[in-house]
Design a protein around this ligand. Structure first.
Ligand SMILES: C[S@@+](CC[C@H](N)C(=O)[O-])C[C@H]1O[C@@H](n2cnc3c(N)ncnc32)[C@H](O)[C@@H]1O
Length: 186
């Protein structure tokens, strides 16, 4: 990733304020399995409200993202809610994933296939992975995200060998997107 991409995402987080116009269903997806406490890493979480919701549930949340503007938004949202969220500014295409072990790792709307192995490695034994990413079927109704940012049909579980899949579904969601949702345990 070049500096241009960081700038692009900084601009999005500055202008839109939420980075994405479609909230992910990460929190609802993970809810049945969420522990009351533990360390959660939100990968490419930016200033998404999901991190704040996880912190509200008692989790010790760290957001890793390339956009300093997105991360600043995460801190502001956390402060406003009187919660604490740690942030790590990192280019995940160049830097290693923050050291774990993590009890929970989440990633929504960010596809970097070579990161899944590191996510599995960084999970504590028994740790949970939650993923929400659109699939290629999304192109039937929407031009964006483009194909490089979309999962193939039923591809997601194949990227996670060795994990116990607790939930996997691919469907049109309430936000109008065709998304793969997955929860897995190490
Ligand atoms: C579509 S947004 C998703 C944000 C959040 N997960 C959500 O669902 O609302 C993609 C995020 O990935 C981040 N991102 C893009 N490239 C990245 C990279 N190379 N390293 C770390 N974060 C990156 C962006 O800054 C942005 O916050």
């Amino acid at each position: 990733m070049g500096a241009g991409d960081r700038e692009r995402w900084n601009e999005k987080w500055s202008s839109v304020g939420t980075g994405t116009d479609h909230q992910s269903q990460l929190v609802d997806l993970l809810e049945p399995w969420l522990p009351d406490s533990g360390r959660l890493l939100d990968v490419a979480g930016g200033g998404s409200p999901a991190a704040i919701e996880f912190a509200r549930r008692g989790l010790d949340v760290t957001v890793a993202d390339v956009s300093d503007v997105g991360l600043a938004a995460a801190r502001v949202h956390a402060q406003a809610a009187r919660l604490a969220v740690a942030t790590v500014e990192t280019d995940l295409e160049a830097d290693p994933l923050p050291t774990g072990p993590w009890d929970i790792i989440t990633v929504a709307n960010y596809l970097q296939r070579d990161l899944f192995g590191a996510m599995v490695e960084r999970l504590a034994p028994g740790g949970l992975l939650g993923v929400v990413i659109a699939t290629e079927t999304n192109l039937e109704r929407r031009d964006k995200p483009g194909r490089p940012f979309l999962l193939g049909r039923n591809e997601l579980p194949t990227l996670l060998p060795g994990l116990e899949i607790l939930h996997h579904s691919e469907d049109w969601r309430d936000n109008g997107r065709h998304e793969a949702h997955l929860v897995a345990r190490r």
